[in-house]
Design a protein around this ligand. Structure first.
Ligand code: UD1
Length: 430
């Protein structure tokens, strides 16, 4: 089983190129099934989740041609199956995007009920409510969900909770419905906007993405397009906190600084210097860091996907910090691992109370999920001595070449597959 071997304690310094956003790529790839014409998607991250999705698309008959690591050409004119299933698809949350995409185009879809990170109850009632409002019937049986409709008709939908997935799924189904759809209390995340831009480039008529009211006028069909995915806000934020936690100096390149505002604001608040340019952000952590309070919220609030990374950093910052998780109820599973590295954190319900300590020490730790796994890698990079991070398959779901990018910043990190390789790593660093 692959692990990361890490020798921590060095500041990370240098530049890192941020890839395309995983959470934008997933719906965009699914939506590329919505036209019979050929779609070119560029700046796609080469991570496990996108590769699983592409394989599932090929499995139902789409022609998927990988032009290079980050570009793919898709033609869905010969789709022969409206059922998406299989163990790997089940493991990714975003498999439910096939529902919106295939229901929109073919008026029927059956998809294995999604898995994804185990970070709490992840209901899909709002997706179902949206599909039903558009005229579909939805049924669940044997672990599969089916949505179908003789025809989809535009509707007025108010989401009871702000949901990225439901906003995206309803948007996809509604672009080819008859008439107008309004989604109120819609999610405003950059990837929601990116999907809307992608669909509009295919001839859809979506207005208001990025605000909490999205208006869609149904069109007859969608056409070919060439589209480049936006940079990954969460990958960028992860490296920004890596700079802070290791007291380093990292420039994240190829980003949209606007998408990083809530992250930059918190870093500034705890004493980092954050310098923005057109498409880069530099984080310098030369002074001792201070405490803060933070609550995760839908965009433009502080992202839940950055909660473990900020907690790891606050664990090494002077004073008492409070981190409140308001999106997913089970997102502190990494705290026990961090305590084993010397952190002083108490979790009470959805709140973590963090007393900053002066250092972490290396340990053997498990990545409990994607973002928490990345955060624990940051902790290990900041810690004194050697750490071994297990279950890195979670991290590879969403970070491309994570250890290679960290190596370029001066990190002592290797991917190892056996005890022998681990010993070799230890010899190399001694
Ligand atoms: C997406 C992201 C994930 C991120 C999350 C919040 C992808 C593939 N994943 O997940 O990385 O952490 O947004 O920014 O883009 N909810 C309901 N009913 C529903 C749908 C959601 O109650 O029908 C609740 C969820 O339990 C959760 C909250 O709404 O408490 C937000 O979930 P949602 O925005 O839907 O998250 P995902 O789309 O699953």
């Amino acid at each position: 089983m692959e692990q990361y071997a890490i020798n921590g304690g060095n500041p990370l310094v240098g530049e890192v190129e941020i890839g395309g956003a995983k959470n934008a790529a997933l719906p965009i790839l699914a939506a590329s099934l919505m036209t019979d014409e050929t779609v070119l998607v560029e700046n796609m991250p080469d991570v496990r989740d996108t590769n699983i999705l592409l394989k599932a698309m090929a499995g139902i008959g789409a022609h998927v041609e990988r032009l290079d690591r980050h570009s793919v050409r898709i033609n869905a004119s010969l789709i022969h199956d409206l059922t998406v299933e299989g163990d790997s698809v089940k493991k990714i949350r975003a498999s439910y995007y096939f529902l919106g995409a295939l229901l929109g185009k073919y008026k029927k879809a059956t998809v294995v009920l999604p898995g994804g990170c185990d970070i709490g109850c992840r209901a899909i009632d709002q997706h179902i409510k949206g599909f039903k409002a558009l005229g579909a019937t939805v049924s669940i049986a044997h672990g599969m969900i089916t949505a179908e409709a003789p025809k989809l008709v535009g509707s007025h939908i108010y989401l009871d909770v702000v949901s990225v997935g439901a906003t995206i799924n309803i948007m996809m189904a509604a672009v080819l419905a008859d008439g107008r759809t309004t989604i109120e209390n819609a999610a405003k995340e950059p990837h929601v906007v990116d999907l809307a831009n992608f669909l509009n480039s295919m001839g859809a008529n979506i207005k208001g993405a990025g605000t909490d009211v999205i208006r869609i006028r149904g069109v007859e069909r969608l056409h070919r397009t060439e589209y480049a995915i936006i940079p990954d806000q969460i990958e960028a934020g992860t490296f920004m906190f890596a700079a802070a936690a290791t007291r380093g100096d990292i420039t994240v390149k190829n980003v949209i600084p606007k998408h990083l505002e809530s992250i930059s604001a918190k870093l500034t608040e705890i004493g980092c210097e954050v310098r923005e340019s057109d498409d880069a952000v530099r984080v310098v952590a030369s002074k001792p860091l201070g405490h803060t309070h933070v609550k995760t919220l839908p965009y433009p609030g502080f992202p839940t996907d950055m909660q473990p990374q900020i907690a790891v950093t606050l664990g090494l910052s002077k004073g008492t910090s409070i981190v409140t998780e308001s999106i997913f109820e089970n997102r502190f599973r990494y705290v026990d691992e961090l305590i084993r590295m010397g952190a002083s954190i108490k979790v009470e319900g959805t709140t973590a109370i963090i007393e900053g300590v002066s250092r972490y020490t290396g340990a053997s730790i498990n990545a409990p999920d994607l973002r928490a796994g990345a955060a624990l890698v940051i902790a290990a990079l900041a810690a004194e001595g050697i750490s071994v991070v297990d279950d890195i398959r979670y991290i590879e779901r969403g970070y491309e070449d994570f250890h290679l990018k960290l190596q370029k910043l001066g990190a002592q990190i290797d991917k190892v597959e056996s005890e022998r390789e681990l010993q070799k790593f230890k010899l190399k660093i001694s």
